[in-house]
Design a binder for this molecule. Structure first.
Ligand code: GZL
Length: 336
C-alpha cells in the first residue's frame, strides 16, 4: 500500500517534482533496515529508492557502467541510489536482490552475471510489487513478466561484426584462438554464437582453441599463455570477448616474443580507452563498441515505469567497430 501511494503521488507530482536530492549509498545489504521505530515521512517527501545490483568491478567496462549509473542518479532530483557490488558471484547478487526487496525499495536494477537461476529471486520482487530493470545482460526465464525491461547491446551482432572484420582482413583463411567471457554470461554465450555464425561461412577459418578468461585482464593473459604453449606460431588471430582479456593476451604474446597486431591479429569488444591506446600502439587491430553508458537511458526508462507509461521489453544500444586509423583522432572524445 505504502509503495503504491508513494508512486501514485510521484505520478501526480510528475517525476521532475521529486523533493529529495539524489544520493548514492554503497551497500552490502546483510539485513533489511528496521524502520518500525522511526516515524515514516510523508510519501511525497520521500525520494524514489533505486537499488542497483551490479556484477562487480571485473573490467574497465564494468567500472564505467557503474560510474555512468551513479553519476546520473546524482543528477536526478528525488532519486536515492542504493548500490550492491556482488564481486561477480550470482549468490551474492541474489542475496542483494532479496535484501533490497526486504527493504521495500521502489525499483531494482540488475546486471545479471549469468543467464540462469533467477526465477525465485525475481518472483519475490514481483510479488512485492517492485519492478526489475535488467541492464547490460539478459536472463533466461520462462515467465518474462518477472522483469519489466532489458537495456543492453546485441551481443550476437557484436560477435558477427568481429567475425566479418576478421574474415575480410584474412581473406577467409585463419587459425583463431578465442578468449571467452564469464561462463554462462549472456555476452559470452552470444558473442561466441555471432562470431561462429560468420566463421561457419568460411571453411578455412578455424577456432583452434577456446576458453574462458572471465572478462578479466589476468584471465586473458593466463589463458593466452596456455594457448601459446599449446599452439605457438600456429596462432594467427585472437578473438577476445572483451578488451580487458585482449589486453592481457597482448601482454602474453609480447612476453613470448610475438608481435600482437602484426604476427597475430587481435580483435576484441567493448571499445574502452585502453583498447584505443593499444590500437594507437599497433598492438590491437579492432574493437567493437559495447557502450556501458547506461545512466541517462536507464533513469529515463525508470521515470516512465514509475509514471505508469509502457516501455519496450527490450531496448537495444547500437554498436560500431573501431580501427587503428581512427583511434588517435577519437581517443580524447571517448567517455569511457
Ligand atoms: C557487456 C558486459 C561485459 C563487457 C565486459 O554488456 O556485460 O561484461 O563486455 C564486462 O567488459 O565484464
Amino acid at each position: 500500500m505504502q509503495r503504491r501511494v508513494r508512486l501514485g503521488l510521484l505520478i501526480v507530482l510528475g517525476l521532475s517534482g521529486f523533493a529529495a536530492v539524489g544520493a548514492c549509498r554503497r551497500e552490502t545489504p546483510a539485513a533489511p533496515e528496521d524502520t518500525s521505530a522511526t516515524p515514516s515521512p510523508s510519501p511525497a517527501s520521500r525520494p524514489l529508492t533505486v537499488a542497483f545490483v551490479q556484477v562487480g568491478a571485473e573490467s574497465a567496462w564494468r567500472t564505467a557502467e557503474t560510474r555512468s549509473i551513479q553519476t546520473e542518479a546524482g543528477k536526478r532530483p528525488g532519486i536515492e541510489l542504493k548500490f550492491f557490488d556482488a564481486q561477480q558471484k550470482q549468490e551474492n547478487q541474489i542475496r542483494g536482490l532479496k535484501s533490497f526487496v526486504a527493504q521495500d525499495v521502489d525499483v531494482i536494477v540488475l546486471a545479471p552475471v549469468v543467464e540462469t537461476g533467477w526465477e525465485p529471486a525475481l518472483r519475490e520482487a514481483k510479488e512485492a510489487g517492485i519492478p526489475v530493470v535488467l541492464v547490460d545482460r539478459g536472463v533466461n526465464v520462462t515467465d518474462e513478466s518477472l522483469y519489466t525491461t532489458l537495456i543492453a547491446s546485441d551481443f550476437v551482432e557484436e560477435g558477427r561484426i568481429a567475425g566479418r572484420w576478421l574474415a575480410e582482413k584474412t581473406g577467409g583463411k585463419c587459425s583463431i584462438v578465442e578468449l571467452q567471457g564469464t561462463v554462462g554470461a549472456a555476452p559470452a554465450i552470444d558473442r561466441k554464437k555471432g562470431f561462429e555464425e560468420i566463421i561457419a561461412q568460411h571453411p578455412e577459418m578455424k577456432i583452434i582453441k577456446s576458453q574462458s578468461g572471465d572478462f578479466t585482464r589476468a584471465g586473458g593473459k593466463q589463458v593466452m599463455e596456455a594457448f601459446i604453449k599449446a599452439e605457438g606460431r600456429n596462432i594467427q588471430a585472437v578473438y577476445a570477448h572483451n578488451d580487458d582479456m585482449a589486453i592481457g593476451a597482448i601482454q602474453a604474446l609480447k612476453d613470448a616474443g610475438m608481435k600482437p597486431g602484426q604476427d597475430v591479429l587481435v580483435i576484441s569488444i567493448d571499445a574502452v580507452r585502453a583498447a584505443f591506446e593499444a590500437m594507437i600502439a599497433g598492438e590491437l587491430n579492432a574493437t567493437v563498441e559495447c557502450s556501458p553508458l547506461f545512466g541517462p537511458l536507464l533513469f529515463d526508462t525508470i521515470a516512465k515505469i514509475v509514471a505508469g507509461e509502457p516501455v519496450p521489453k527490450k531496448i537495444i544500444n547500437q554498436d560500431r567497430l573501431f580501427e587503428p586509423h581512427e583511434a588517435a583522432a577519437l581517443i580524447d572524445s571517448r567517455e569511457y
